[in-house]
Design a protein around this ligand. Structure first.
Ligand code: FES
Length: 577
């Protein structure tokens, strides 16, 4: 492409000007030694960085950004790195989820308001992926998501231990009296031993896989370990490729099509991925104008098998997954069995099928064939009934088969404080046949929809060797967690959903095969309870907390803000002086 014939890029509205404002736009950028020829109309590539020491999973992102920059320069682009709000899952209170929409606004406005023609999104820890993809989708310029990669496998006393999953399992062992605090503390230093995000198929690995399945990440984006040199090569190749994408005007909306989301739903089933992906995919689809609902997950994904033997549904970790062939090997299995839209375009300019049709699998213990899967019909199931009229979800691959059909007495906790005050009390009237019900942990209620749906079991139940019970809430659960856990009940209790009306002793019926979640209380009694119901008090009534509680949508709608659904494109109407 020559200087004379190339398409005018949006950055030229800043850097291509021969006037006072052009002077301003270029001159300050030159203050770190940028030569004048960088403003000759070449693609300007933003590198949207979520590096932060408060986000431990993303602390290697300065290095990754440098590799992206090298790739951009090699391809003749002009890289400009910028920071956005970084969401660390382990430190942020009350939840990182509460700030996902805020970060997405930061990303959207940072991209649109700056002279950026294409963008690399550096994503890693759970919420950094959806927040960046949501924001970029609302601008709709060419973009590639580059994940930071999973940590190396945890190693403790001769065994592999997985992020999160090991914490949940070992803390229950401590509570049951089967594990010493000394051993527990030792494991703390052995679990996370390299850069990268959680190395189970938790939310971060799931969302990195979603990025790859959607086609907005490069092949192998999900599984290359963070410290593997090939992770840096992938970043560099993405840097080269985004320059070409700008020249091709290959925008997100050309990749994030209905077929791409269908593929993501199928891949979510095949990897036994996190329930959090349901909320994030619905939110991303809303930004790019694809109509995606909870029922699509059930219709497209629930009958598909889980093909990977990875924690929390199975045994292995992301490092094993990469060496076995990673997501391309899984997508190939789906494609060979009629469960992949083969023709959707991906960021490398090839179709998804062209990317994966010859992908090898090196270990059939980790990635199993479609014909002999790890778990059959394992996709996320969507439950309906008078306890969740707008839906709730359960992850069958991480549940106990014998509990998938269950009727039990409700043991109710009004909020998370009530739960922690009672659960260890030996006098609590509970046994393993009961259904634990947790209220007021949804988007508005917590606020920010905490990952506490996988409630720890009562010690007296644990001591009998019981490891799972049916649990129902409007909360989420960590992608690293497991159990027969019904999540995301909508509408949530704090919004007046039926969950708010459950009382101790009510009978609850779960029937996953029939997709049913039923509160066995008559309509007249429920109406009486509703008349008495008062919403929970607000924790804070100003600033972002207020905005969040006032405008957040329910889980089945992606928990985005009502005013953020959709996009505003890349146009900015005015100069700044
Ligand atoms: Fe960051 Fe798990 S805490 S990915």
């Amino acid at each position: 492409m020559t200087q004379d014939t190339r398409r005018k890029l949006r950055s030229e509205a800043w850097f291509g000007r021969q006037d006072r404002d052009g002077f301003i736009y270029r001159s300050w950028v030159k203050n770190r030694g940028v030569p004048h020829d960088q403003f000759d109309g070449r693609p300007v590539i933003g590198i949207c960085n979520t590096w932060s020491e408060l986000t431990p999973c993303n602390t290697h992102f300065r290095v990754i950004a440098d590799h992206v920059k090298a790739g951009v320069l090699e391809a003749g682009g002009f890289p400009l790195e910028f920071p956005v709000m970084s969401l660390g899952e382990t430190l942020l209170r009350p939840t990182a989820m509460m700030f996902r929409n805020l970060a997405s606004m930061d990303v959207e406005e940072s991209i649109r308001s700056n002279p950026i023609d294409g963008v690399i999104l550096l994503v890693g820890c759970d919420k950094t992926t959806p927040s960046l993809v949501m924001g970029a989708s609302s601008v709709d310029i060419p973009a590639i998501a580059v994940s930071g990669g999973p940590m190396l496998s945890g190693k403790w006393r001769g065994q592999d231990i997985g992020s999160g999953t090991g914490v949940w399992a070992m803390s229950e062992e401590v509570r049951a009296g089967n594990m010493s605090m000394e051993a527990f503390n030792e494991a703390e230093s052995c679990m996370h031993r390299s850069h990268g995000h959680c190395m189970t198929m938790g939310t971060a690995s799931t969302m990195a896989s979603m990025v790859e399945a959607l086609g907005i990440g490069m092949p192998d984006n999900a599984a290359i370990p963070a410290v593997d040199a090939r992770r840096n090569v992938l970043a560099r190749m993405a840097g080269r490729r985004i320059v070409e994408m700008v020249k091709e005007d290959l925008r997100l909306s050309k990749i994030l099509t209905r077929g791409a989301f269908d593929n993501a739903i199928r891949a979510l089933a095949a990897i036994g991925g996190s329930t959090n992906a349901v909320i994030h995919l619905v939110a991303i689809a809303g930004r790019i104008g694809v109509n995606l609902g909870l029922d699509d997950f059930d219709r497209i994904g629930s009958e598909l098998p889980c093909l990977v033997n990875l924690q929390p549904s199975g045994k292995y970790l992301m490092e094993d997954f990469y060496y076995a062939g990673g997501l391309p090997a899984v997508l190939r299995e789906l494609g060979e069995n009629g469960a992949l839209d083969r023709d959707v375009l991906t960021v490398n300019g090839r179709t998804q099928w062209e990317n994966v049709k010859e992908a090898p699998c090196y270990n059939r213990e980790v990635i199993l064939p479609f014909a002999k899967p790890f778990k059959a019909a394992a996709g996320i199931a969507v439950l309906k009934g008078n306890l969740a009229p707008d839906g709730a979800v359960i992850k069958p691959s991480a549940a106990t088969p014998s509990l998938m059909r269950h009727r039990g007495r409700a043991v109710v906790f009004e909020n998370i404080e009530d739960f922690y005050a009672k659960i260890d009390d030996e006098a609590l009237d509970v046994d393993e046949t009961c259904v634990l019900v947790l209220k007021n942990c949804g988007p508005k209620g917590y606020p920010g929809m905490a990952e506490c749906g996988n409630m720890p079991l009562p010690p007296k139940v644990l001591r009998r060797g019981v490891t799972d019970m049916v649990r129902v809430s409007d909360a989420r659960m960590s992608g690293t967690a497991y159990g027969t856990v019904v999540l995301h009940a909508a509408p949530e209790a704090a919004a007046g959903g039926p969950l708010a009306l459950v009382r101790d002793g009510d009978m609850i019926e779960l029937d996953v095969a029939a997709r049913r979640l039923h509160l066995d209380v008559g309509d007249a009694e429920l109406a009486r309870r509703r008349a008495d119901w008062q919403g929970p008090p607000k924790h804070r009534d100003r600033g972002y907390w207020r905005l969040y509680v006032d405008r957040v949508l329910q889980a089945n709608q992606g928990a985005d803000f009502d005013f953020l659904v959709g996009g505003s494109g890349d146009f900015v109407p005015r100069d700044n002086h």
